[in-house]
Each structure stands twice: as C-alpha cells, then as structure tokens.
Write a protein that binds this ligand. Sequence first.
Ligand SMILES: [Zn+2]
Length: 677
Amino acid sequence: MSENPFFESWATPFGVPPFDRIRPEHFAPAFDRGMNEQIAEIAAITASAAPPRFANTIEALERSGRLLDRVSRVFFNLDSSNTNDALEAIARDYAPKLSQHQMRIALDPALFARIAALHGRRGEMGLDPDQLRLIERYYLRFVRSGAMLTSEQKARMAEISARLATLHTLFGQNVLHDERGWHLLLDREDLDGLPDFARGAAAQAAREREAGGRYAVTLARSAVEPFLTFAARRDLRQAVWQAWTARGAHEGEHDNSPLIREIFALRAEQAQLLGYENFADFRLDDTMAKTPAAVERLLLQVWGPAKEKACSEKAALEATARAAGLNEPIEPWDWRFYAEKVRQAQYDVDEAEVKPYFVLDNMVRAAFDTAGRLFGLTFHERQDVPVYHPDVRVWEVRDKAGDHVGLFLHDNFTRPSKQSGAWSSRYRDQENLDGPVSPIVVNNNNFAKGEPTLLSFDDAKTLFHEFGHGLHTLLSRVRYRSQSGTAVRRDFVEFPSQIFEHWASAPENLRIYARHFQTGEPMPEALLQRLLAARNLNQGFATVEYTAAALIDLDLHRKSAVDALDPVQFEREFVERMGVPNEIGLRHRLPHFQHLFAGGGYAAGYYSYLWAEVLDADGFAAFTEAGDVFAPELATRLKDIYSAGDTRDPMELYCAFRGREPVITALLEQRGLAPPL
Ligand SMILES: [Zn+2]
C-alpha cells in the first residue's frame, strides 16, 4: 500500500504540496489523524501542572493542529478550484466533523480557564504588543464561540455549528450543480452582435462539452456578462438572464430555499444564545464598523444618490432603445446591452475595441511590476513545482535583496470543476514563531481561455484585486500564524485588495501594458483617455446592484424573530420597500448568494467591500495628491499595512499610513455620486 503523503514531510521545492501524489482517499485518514493529534496537543496544555503562561498556553495553541491545517488547506483549495464527486462527498462528510472538532476546542472549559486567567493579567506580563493583541483575540474568539455558556447551551452551540457547516457545504454544491447543468447551445446565426473574443470563448466551451463546431454560453460570469452586453437576440439574452438568476432556485433536490430558512434560523438562535438580539448585532460587534446602524448609515449614504444616478442612466438607455426600435420597457436582460450602446455613442468606447489591448499575460506582468515598483518584489516563474492542474502557473517571489519571500500560484481559467467568481487563498501562511515560514498563495480567476486570453477592463481590475489579497499574504511579517496576512477583520480585509485595483487603471500602467495582442502597439492615447472618461458611466447601475445586495444581507440578518423565513417573499418585500429598480434587479438572488450562505464569513458582512472602498478611495487619493502613483514614501507606509497582518488595530494602521482618519468624499467622487459643487 502506498504511503499517505500527508504523513510525510514534503521534499518538494519550497515544501509545496505534492499534488501529483495526493489522491482523494488520502484526505479522510489525514483529517482523522490531524484532529486526533490536535486533541492530544490541547490535552497536554490543559493537563499541565504548571500555571498558565503565555508560552505554555497561547504559543502552545499556535503550535497545535499543524497536520490538520496542512490537510485542510490542500483539501479546501482543491475542492474550490478543481473538485470532483469524490472531493464533494468528503466535503459533505467532513464539514460537520471539522466544525465539531473546532467547537470541542473552543468550548473546552479547562482550556478557556487558562486563557481567561492570562487575559485577566495580560497587562502585567510584560508582553509585546503583538502578543497582547493575540491574547485579546484568543479570549474574544472563545467567548464568541460560547466558552462562557452553560454546558447545555454549549452543547446546543456545537450542534448548531456542525449543522451550519453541512448546510453551507450543500448550498455551494447546489449552486455549482445548477451552473454545471445548464448551457445554451447556439449556432453561428444566433451570435449577432457578439465580438470575436466572446465567440471564441463560446466555441471553446462547446468543444469542452463535446459540441464542437457549435457555440455554448455557460453560466460562468465571464460568459454571461459579455453575452448580456453584446448579444443582439433579445430572446436569447432573456433565456441566459433567467437561467443565471434561477441558480439555486429550482424546486427539488438542489433547491436552496429550504437551506436558507434553516441557516437563518440557526444563526439567529446562535446569536441569541450569546446574548445578542440578532445575528447582525453579533457579527458586527467584532468588526471595524461595530454596529448594524453604522453599516446602514454608510449604505444609505450611497443608496439614494446611486438610485438617482441609475434613474438618469435608465433614461439614456430608453432613448437609445427607442431609437433602435424597442417599444417595450427595459428589462434586466436589456440593461447591459443598451448601456454598452450608450457607452459607444457617448464615449466612443467599444468593449470589443478595448479588449484586444488587455492580454492576460501582459496584465499579469503589470500586476507583478506594480508590486515591484511599490514594494520591491520580483517574480520568477518555476517549472519544477508540482501543480494540481496544467493551467496553474507558479512564480517564486523574491524581495529587493533577492531573498525568497514566498510562492505565488496563478489559476486563471474557468472550468466546470471550479467554483465561479474570483478569490485568493493560501496553502501556507507566513509566520516566524520557531523560525521563518514563507507563504504559499493561490489566486483563482474564471477567465475564458483564448489564444491569447483577452480580458475586459473589469477582468483586469479583478485580477489586480485578487493579487492585492495575494500581496497581503506574501508581504506578511508577523510572528504568529493566527495574525498572518489576511487574518484581519472582515471589513478591513478588502482594503489591501481594493486599493491595489487602482493601479490597474493608472494611465502610467496602461500606457506600458495595454498593448494590442496582434500588433504589440500600445493602446492609442485617445482610446485610453476615452476608456478612463467612461469609467463613471453605469456607476449608478453598479452601485445600486451592489448596495441592494449589501442591504438585503443586513436586513435579513437583523431579523430576530425566528418565525419561518420565506426567502422568496422576503426578497420581494425587500425589493418593494427599498424601491430596487426592476430593470436592475438583484445582483445576487438569495438562492445563489454564496457570500451569505455557502459559508458564514460574509453573512451580515457583504457591506465590507463598500466599507473598505471608503478607505481605498481615500487611500489612493494620497498617491494622486502626491502627483505620483508610485510615490516611494507612501508606498513604504502602505507596505506596513500589508505586512502588519492582525498585529495592530486596523484604524490605527490606516491612520499611520494616511496621517488622518478616512473621509467618504473620494468614494462618492470615484463612483460619480458626489453632489455637484
Ligand atoms: Zn476581495
């Protein structure tokens, strides 16, 4: 019988997981042994006769669960990026077991007694600032998991957590099931209006589905958005839109509505057990925002102006549609199509004209070089590192002195085995408790593969966004693993990623990296100026779409009544009450709102993007005010934020960079929502 690679140390370059040797049957035994090892490690901490000290309790906790961490990282990354039936079955099986395991530790009375004792005299132990913060975080995490509840309540907390883990997993799998199960097979004559890149991607998708010679529109966002933007056939746009918004909402085995009801009720119950009125109160208590009221204030500050702007955008679309002979109201499947026509007419910018200048490889180079100019990093491709899919490329990251910083894996293309969307994740976190450990980062995108792969301007910004998260992981310089890189509060974690997006649209970069894929010529300056001028176009639509999603998330999780929630009715009432324009609709309908229900991380937290945007708009304004988007002193101070991880309070970090607290002006301006002076 072959050895289980999780039980060996890895002799691969940089200790990357030996993907070529890992098989699905290795996970269950590795999870089991990993959990048992950690339980034994915890038992050793609590059984110690020595009084609790930072080293024998907190640092011992930091050292625990190494095997479990290693197998979990590999498993959950593969399950997101390249899943199959075997991995999905393991996910269903182990999600509740892992949750029970974590709760068993979080609710261990002897362990909490030691942490609480240390927390009580944290000021008298001569701790360093990062250690002090670590102890506070540990204490809070245990309390918020239920460490101070009665044993009966604790048992219920553990039960709820395990059930939620199962429900989250099923929710995500149902969405993926609906995405995989649908595509629209078309012939050449159905493709009127579609530019070459979209035709190429549809031809490729058809080949992958054994329908070579025809064209397939799938439910990947990178396929749906261009189709809705360009396809002249209104009936086909409608079909795609309806399939897209029906994900997770089909009656039967894969219907997500019953899951939403149960998830909501369990979250509300958990919050009440912990003494909060509702889940939003509980969740926001441990964020920068602190309260639902603070979040609502921000969201409503943009909601009104955004609706007004969308309303004037709609008038322009209608005029264009009338002129083109459409005598019916604009529907959600029309908005992008006519917005594109308006964009072409008002700014003379045609997405099909822009896209040939956004070659994937050049944009990757732009992101790397920006990280080089700002933070001194260099990227060196490695062919000798095992990968889990042939599309994955690997780069070694080095600093100015040429020293190894970490490993960056880039997984850019859409495929049926990959979750939709874009995200950054890690196979290993940076830490320096028992010697330096370097990070291994992965960035996932869902770009349609082409020859070469061409991006939209938005795609390029997404690429930079995820790379910003990647840099947050790579530049981390902390001692403790639980404070590493992106382990910050949820409404701060989008700051390093969103501020990095600004360099994707910096003219200084576009002039160098936006080059035509055939001629190699840089984008003509006039086109570049028109592209940038068109940025505020359709921002009413985008802001309404996003803000509605954040508001419905907040509303839902502010409900304290545990009476049965009917997601469909709730959605309908929300849309009416808030006056969500019908022709825009909801960006994420509840049955496929994965941020909220495929995991707990962004529940009552979807607002985080806008919260962080206040910071990123205000933060980037520092560079434009300095007249240099690569201003070295600012870059050095910004790097401190990326390096600090969770060792310091986020507002304190921001103020150290900016010299003051953030203001909302730059955000309103950047979205074209600022009232005229
Ligand atoms: Zn992000």
